[in-house]
Each structure stands twice: as C-alpha cells, then as structure tokens.
Design a protein around this ligand. Structure first.
Ligand code: 4F9
Length: 255
C-alpha cells in the first residue's frame, strides 16, 4: 500500500521510518510513504500557502489553491484507477480506532493531509476531503503527529513486522478490551519486604489458569478505566459466562 503525505514539515516524518519494529514495514515497501512539501505548490512569488481568514479572527487558513495543486500532483503521481481516500486530521474528525486502522492496513493506502487546526479553506474540504479523523480529544499544532500515529498503527499490522502474529490478538482493543499486565524477570524485584513478586499463577505452568487470570485482569482493567468498552463487549455478546462473572466481580469490587 502507498500513503502520500502532504505537509509543511516533511522532516518530522523521516526519523519514524528508520527506527523500531515498524522500520521493516517501511523498508520492505509493504508500507510505502511519499512525502510532499505543500510549500512547493504555494502561490508565487513567495510560495504562500496560507492567509488570514475572511471575517477576521486569529490564526491563518490554508489556501485552497495550493492544496488543489498539491492534490492534483499526488493523484497524477499515484495514477490510481480507483482514487484512494483523502484524509484530513482534525479534532473535529471521527475518532480513529483499531477497527479503522485495520481497514487502512488492508487497503491500498491513502492521501494524508496534515493541516493546522485553525483551518483549511472549507471549500477544499467540501470538494476533496473524503474523511476527517481525530486521534483524541485534544488540540495539536498540526496533523503531522496524527498522520504518524496512523502510519505507525498500520505498519505494525503488516505481516512479519511484529515477529509473532499472536501479538495482535493480545493488543489492547483488538478484542475490544484493554490488555492485561505483563511480567518478566526477575521473579522478585527489589529486596526484603518491599520486594515485588510476579503474580504466582504466571509461574504455575497451568495454562488454563494463566489464560483465565489474564482475561480477568483485562476485564477488571477495562471495567475500571473504560466502562464504555466493557459495556460494548457485553452488549455485543463477546463475553463468555466466566467473563461476565469476572466483570460483575470487578464492578462490585469498585463500589
Ligand atoms: C487532529 C488533533 C486529530 C487530534 C490537528 C490540530 C488533531 C489536530 N486528532 N490538532 N490539528
């Protein structure tokens, strides 16, 4: 798949593609990313890409014409028979969740517009943007970090990137619940009475008991921090009888 990113700050992206587990997805070309400097499409003589809003007020608005030129260049370069989605990142967008990430990971890619919050000329959005996405209820200085979040989340879903295919099944949200806690060496962390032990069940070798413990921890954590997700898992019939009992216990323990 191929993502084309339109941004005023392409240098923010480069480091992400050469580090960490997702590097493999970018280096192998499983996820191709092409960066486009919006200023290259600015209005002469100074390559202007923004101007003051009609009606007054603070901030600047990204001009529609440079955006239209950049988009035309990207679409021509891609040469898709079937045009891919143009995504704009905005706190006013639809929330991006793991299900949405999964759709991008299975698709042909997209064009990602990294704008600034004060605005993009609405006529460009109305005419060209297919989807506005939010990565959380907070305001950033631009869409670059949301675009990186989407690219990272898509890259780690590519086959071979995480090494162990089971990692995905364990992820928070993949099953619609938060992930359980994890432990590794040493068995006792610290000294004497202050030493912190690994939960004994994890050392028991009893795989059924370990699975039950993990599921119970995931359910309790989800009930505590994301009651919305717990309620949805329940309503959609994704919980076993043992799960529903664990959830009931977690909810009463909290009262
Ligand atoms: C975009 C914040 C998506 C959260 C874009 C300023 C943004 C954002 N999710 N903030 N520009």
């Amino acid at each position: 798949m191929r993502f084309d990113v339109i941004t005023l700050f392409p240098e923010l992206f480069a480091p992400h593609f050469v580090h960490g587990v997702t590097r493999r997805a970018f280096e192998s070309g499983q996820v191709e990313v092409k960066l486009w400097q919006l200023r290259d499409f600015g209005d002469p003589p100074h390559a202007r890409v923004d101007d003051r809003p009609y009606g007054g007020g603070p901030g600047m608005v990204l001009l529609a014409e440079p955006l239209l030129r950049a988009l035309a260049a990207v679409r021509a370069d891609r040469g898709d028979a079937e045009p891919v989605l143009l995504v704009n990142f905005s706190p006013a967008g639809r929330p991006l969740g793991q299900a949405g990430v999964g759709e991008f990971a299975a698709g042909p890619g997209a064009i990602l517009l990294c704008a600034r919050y004060e605005g993009v000329d609405q006529r460009f959005i109305d005419a060209e943007v297919d989807l506005e996405l939010s990565v959380g209820d907070y305001v950033l200085s631009g869409g670059e970090i949301p675009a990186l979040a989407l690219l990272d989340a898509v890259a780690r879903l590519q086959p071979g990137v995480l090494g162990d295919a089971r990692s995905h099944e364990q992820d928070s949200f993949s099953a619609g619940l938060l992930d359980c806690p994890h432990y590794s060496r040493p068995e006792l962390l610290g000294e004497g009475s202050a030493a912190a032990a690994v939960p004994p069940v994890l050392l028991s070798g009893n795989h059924a008991a370990i699975e039950r413990w993990r599921r119970d921890r995931a359910l309790a954590l989800t009930a505590e921090r994301r009651p919305d997700l717990a309620a949805r898992a329940e309503a959609e019939g994704r919980l076993s009888a043992a799960d529903r009992e664990a959830l009931a216990r977690a909810r009463t323990a909290k009262l």
